[in-house]
Design a protein around this ligand. Structure first.
Ligand SMILES: Nc1ncnc2c1ncn2[C@@H]1O[C@H](COP(=O)(O)OP(=O)(O)OP(=O)(O)O)[C@@H](O)[C@H]1O
Length: 223
């Protein structure tokens, strides 16, 4: 279970997140939507332990972020908007490199299977020769190497073709429901949010997203 309590974040004098509280249950997929600059990435970076909140507390499976940062890090997977890969290395070399940094041992077959699960069928090619969508698939595969309990995805499917997007979505959905993995996910694609997420949180003051999502019958909450 992820619990966020009265969280706020300022950048200088600018308040981006204000008194935010919510919980995510095991196996739940939660969408985070809102206009550009609303604070979605800031929220994910805080949950990924890359930023500190100005105020408030977070706990993952009763591990408080403040006191257990290292332990929490092992349980979290984060796909940021910017792709971070070794361009000169092959897909295989990237997977092996990141496996060494992970806290779980995975065989080459398992690593290759993860790429296939992300609809990436290339293994020996150098990353610099991959398309933008293929790089995103590799980024997703890397994030899943250590079997995170909390998966944070910041617009992960930008540039990924529709068929692969649907298959990756179904794969993540199955894993969340089977393993209790929690997924927090930002996207500007409302169809994808509606089809994949159990609940949606709207961040920021623009009522547009809430109205669109309510029309679809989704459970929508304002943060
Ligand atoms: N390092 C920083 N220093 C100062 N301000 C920042 C910093 N990072 C982000 N911001 C500001 O915080 C606000 C929220 O940014 P954030 O990236 O979290 O928004 P977002 O909802 O993810 O937007 P988008 O949909 O465009 O990705 C923006 O006004 C942004 O300019």
């Amino acid at each position: 279970m992820l619990n966020i309590n009265s969280l706020s974040r300022h950048y200088g004098k600018k308040e981006i997140l204000k008194d935010i509280s919510f919980s995510v249950k095991p196996g739940e997929i939660v969408g985070l939507v809102g206009e550009n600059g609303a604070g979605k990435s800031t929220m994910l970076k805080i949950l990924a332990t890359l930023l500190h909140p100005t105020d408030g507390s977070i706990a993952l499976n009763n591990l408080t972020y403040k006191e257990n940062r290292k332990k929490v890090r092992k349980l979290v997977g984060f796909v940021p908007q910017d792709i971070a890969l070794w361009d000169e290395f092959t897909v295989e070399e990237n997977m092996v490199f990141f496996e060494k940094l992970a806290w779980k041992k995975k065989s080459k077959e398992e690593l290759k299977q993860l790429c296939l699960d992300m609809k990436l069928e290339i293994w020996q090619d150098s990353v610099k020769t991959l398309s933008g969508g293929m790089k995103r698939k590799l980024n997703l595969a890397i994030t899943l190497i250590h079997d995170p309990l909390l998966l944070l995805l910041d617009e992960p499917t930008v540039g990924i073709d529709l068929k692969s997007r649907k298959e990756i979505g179904s794969y993540l959905y199955r894993r969340a429901k089977k393993e209790g993995m929690m997924i927090l996910y930002t996207s500007h694609d409302m169809d994808e949010i509606i089809s994949l997420c159990d609940r949606v949180f709207c961040i920021g003051n623009d009522p547009f997203y809430q109205e669109v999502l309510q029309e679809s019958g989704k459970e929508v909450f304002k943060l």
